[in-house]
Design a protein around this ligand. Structure first.
Ligand code: HEC
Length: 492
């Protein structure tokens, strides 16, 4: 079960392969026969290097003291000199290594197959034609960035053939609608009529976290696993929607009125977001292990990155502000939860008790109790002020728990997990109040409505459910994938 979680939802390596195979047009292109016209370094050669070589030859690993991530460093070579002799593929060291039959082949035997002949032919052609860099590109330009800048997201599907896993959802501030993360889009659903109202195309393939900002704008964290990540801010009520079969379509990729601000561009997915109680600070965390904090005092358009925190040894999967806005709780795949003092810029304490991946954190409104959930299937409670020690009892979930949230008004918590349930807890005693069953797959995300009356959840098989907090009645249930017809059962 654990491996399913890792490979399917967050595991960058598998997702990277999938993304390259299925999505990135450049990668597909790179597998095509050699270009008919002149070969381009950026468009034809760099994607091959990125996919097959950067894992060992980037600016950090530099195997053989060789960094290929800029044209300049690529042509400088490593222990040897320039691996390329312009015009002469037969004399180029790189071609020797790619076609080498014995030891010394690149990529090395133990790391995988040789490059397919079609890809070697592309590099040969480029060398034959002079091994030049595309006009207008700096030799010092970071190739990962250049490739990312050239990448164009696909348009959202007219109708989903398989349901998209729901990794994030949020009620609108008026409690009437749900924003659900889709495939390269956000969808907005009227809860009362279960009607799809709006679709907002996004650059991010997946949405991992949503946070409403004080001025009615929506902060969204997401990414393309293993490729890129971002935090972007959207105005869902701006732009000129195109109406298609009664659904308003907005362009959150190119329309600056809709995508009003990009706060972060990262090399991998951004997984979590939190807004401070006073609405003045926003924090994010993700696969690059860093937490970013922005000061929103001057409004979103003037947002300033206040600090970048590297306090975890692995992905940051959850963030939450203490009510004072000064302390930040974080949850990580490094098996710990931590507290960071934003003013002193130092780590205050580490909570190690989960002894396995920690997926979510939350803080009680009085600032005196921290909550965390994780792979160990426990909801744990600890003292974030005095000593970071656990406060028994813990709450058992049966299976890994992915998220914990605090009710906006009452002393209640909600959690969700691999046991296919949403659970409501008494925040003071950790007594189990209610288990909401009915999902038929892992429940990844859960949200309370701002008025506190409803709780919504989203699962791996695309189901969205809305329940009454007071008595656990199921209010609505639907698949959050536009156009998906359930008669077409999903293949897993
Ligand atoms: C799994 C790690 C790994 C991968 C992937 C890899 N390399 Fe290497 N590469 C190495 C190591 C280690 C060396 C140093 C070998 C030595 O010094 O004997 C090296 C050395 C080289 C050198 C010689 C550099 C110099 O100046 O000495 C070249 C050229 C090279 N690699 C090209 C490539 C290309 C092209 C790819 C992708 C198709 C690639 N490598 C993929 C590990 C890797």
């Amino acid at each position: 079960m654990r491996s399913r979680y890792c490979t399917c939802v967050f595991c960058a390596a598998v997702a990277l392969t999938l993304a390259l195979l299925l999505l990135a047009p450049r990668a597909v292109h790179a597998q095509a026969p050699p270009p008919k016209g002149p070969a381009s370094f950026i468009n034809d050669v760099a994607p091959i290097l990125k996919e097959n070589c950067f894992a060992c030859h980037d600016s950090k690993k530099r195997k053989g003291k060789f960094d290929m991530t800029t044209y300049e460093s690529f042509r400088k070579g490593g222990d040897h000199e320039d691996p390329v002799v312009p015009g002469k593929p037969d004399e180029s060291h790189i071609i020797d290594l790619l076609t080498e039959k014995g030891a010394g082949r690149m990529p090395p035997k133990e790391s995988g197959e040789a490059l397919p002949p079609a890809k070697i032919a592309v590099i040969e052609q480029w060398i034959k034609e002079g091994a030049t860099l595309d006009a207008g590109t700096s030799p010092k330009a970071d190739l990962v960035r250049e490739l990312r800048a050239r990448w164009q997201p696909p348009a959202p599907l007219a109708a989903y053939k398989i349901p998209e896993k729901v990794t994030a959802l949020a009620f609108t501030p008026d409690n009437q609608k749900l924003v659900v993360g889709g495939h390269h889009e956000l969808t907005v659903w009227d809860i009362g009529q279960v009607k799809l109202e709006k679709r907002i195309a996004t650059r991010a393939e997946r949405v991992y976290a949503l946070a409403w900002l004080p001025d009615g704008l929506l902060a969204v964290a997401g990414g393309r696993p293993g490729q890129e990540g971002d935090v972007r801010v959207y105005n869902l009520n701006a732009g000129t929607p195109k109406i298609v079969e009664g659904v308003a379509m907005l362009d959150g990729v190119n329309d600056k009125a809709v995508m009003v601000k990009q706060l972060l561009e990262a090399d991998d997915s951004v997984l979590c977001l939190a807004l401070s109680n006073d609405g003045k600070k926003l924090a994010s965390g993700g696969c690059d292990r860093t937490v970013h904090v922005w000061d929103l005092t001057g409004g979103v358009t003037n947002a300033k990155e206040e600090q970048t925190i590297e306090n975890h040894a692995d992905w940051v999967m959850g963030v939450a502000f203490a009510p004072n806005g000064q302390h930040l709780l974080t949850a990580s795949r490094d098996k710990t939860a931590k507290i960071w003092d934003l003013k002193a810029k130092e780590s205050l304490m580490t909570f190690p008790d989960h002894q396995n991946n920690v997926y979510g954190v939350a803080m009680k409104a009085d600032g005196k109790t921290a909550y965390s959930v994780g792979e160990d299937a426990q909801l744990r409670r600890w003292n974030p002020v005095a000593d970071g020690k656990a406060i028994p009892p813990t709450g058992g979930h049966g299976k890994p728990a992915f998220k914990v949230i605090v009710h906006p008004k009452q002393p209640l918590l909600a959690t969700c997990g691999a046991d296919q349930t949403v659970r409501i807890w008494n925040a003071d005693t950790l007594a189990a109040v209610r288990t909401l069953s009915g999902h038929t797959d892992w429940v990844y995300t859960v949200a309370f409505s701002p008025d506190g009356n409803l709780v919504a959840s989203g699962s791996w098989n695309g189901e969205v459910k809305v329940w009454k907090v007071a008595d656990g009645t199921l209010v609505k249930s639907f698949t959050g994938s536009p156009g998906y017809v359930a008669a077409n059962p999903p293949k897993k």
